[in-house]
Design a protein around this ligand. Structure first.
Ligand code: ATP
Ligand code: MG
Length: 243
């Protein structure tokens, strides 16, 4: 059975889609077959971020009304091993029952499946994911985002869903200015175990314009560390100055 991850956040724009793509790149680099599923109905973005928006024909709504996933999943040329299900262009097309059936079956065919959800909490869809799903709550180190991450973590916990925290857009020199004494105080406030820290990195900013993720960037190194931890490896956090 593959590993299933679901990206969430309370506050919008904190980097869920960016982290989804970064993790997908890191998994692909280690030879895994990866499926990215864009869950942001109406506001899809992963097709653009991967530079394949002109080529995709089908989306999640086609699969949910009966099209075979094998025909509808888009196979990306780069990076090798990456597959995409774009989000529906219109709203209100994802029904929980069909989605649960899709999610239960698709997980068998990939080494890793990453569901990129919109901000906010959608417990019916979260509970429709396979039991082995690990939620990755993304927060940037500002008090509003961190408090919102704590709310998401609490709701996931109440629903018996497992989650880990990803701190995104981390800038060592500014970390204290955000009002947090140190990383521990962010983790405590977000009330979730940390899986990794992603630096603020220009290379990620240009991802949304369809650029490839630079394999030598600090951000890519952060995604490699997170993907390895998600696969059970014990990778220490580097010194914060070096993230
Ligand atoms: N670590 C980073 N360094 C620099 N820019 C980043 C980083 N992470 C995300 N960004 C930028 O922040 C913006 C928002 O990122 P993204 O779209 O991934 O957020 P999101 O949480 O998926 O948003 P939404 O809630 O709308 O789905 C984008 O312009 C992206 O390029
Ligand atoms: Mg997004």
């Amino acid at each position: 059975m593959g590993k299933v991850f679901a990206l969430t956040s309370g506050k919008g724009g904190v980097g869920k889609s960016t982290v989804s793509v970064g993790l997908a790149y890191a998994f692909c680099e280690s030879g895994k077959k990866v499926l990215l599923v864009d869950m942001d109905e109406g506001f899809r973005c992963l097709d653009l971020m991967l530079g394949v928006d002109e080529n995709t024909v089908f989306d999640l709504s086609d699969i949910l009304i009966g099209r075979e996933p094998e025909d509808a999943v888009y196979v990306c040329e780069k990076p090798s091993g990456l597959h995409l299900v774009p989000a529906p262009a219109s709203f209100g097309t994802v029904d929980t029952f069909s989605f649960a059936k899709f999610a239960a079956e698709i997980d068998e065919k990939y080494d890793a499946v990453i569901f990129d959800f919109p901000a906010g909490i959608n417990l019916p869809l979260y509970c429709a994911l396979p039991e082995n799903t690990l939620f990755l709550t993304v927060a940037i180190p500002d008090p509003v985002s961190v408090r919102d991450a704590a709310v998401v973590g609490e709701k996931l916990f109440e629903a018996s869903l497992s989650s880990r925290l990803v701190i995104n857009r981390f800038i060592y020199k500014q970390s204290r200015k955000y009002g947090f004494k140190n990383i521990d105080s962010i983790i405590d406030s977000a009330s979730q175990r940390l899986i990794g820290i992603v630096p603020e990195d220009y290379e990620l900013g240009i991802l949304s314009a369809g650029h490839n993720l630079n394999a030598k960037s600090r951000a890519f190194s952060a995604f490699r560390r997170i993907s390895a931890r998600l696969c059970g490896e014990n990778i220490l956090l580097p010194k914060l100055k070096k993230i």
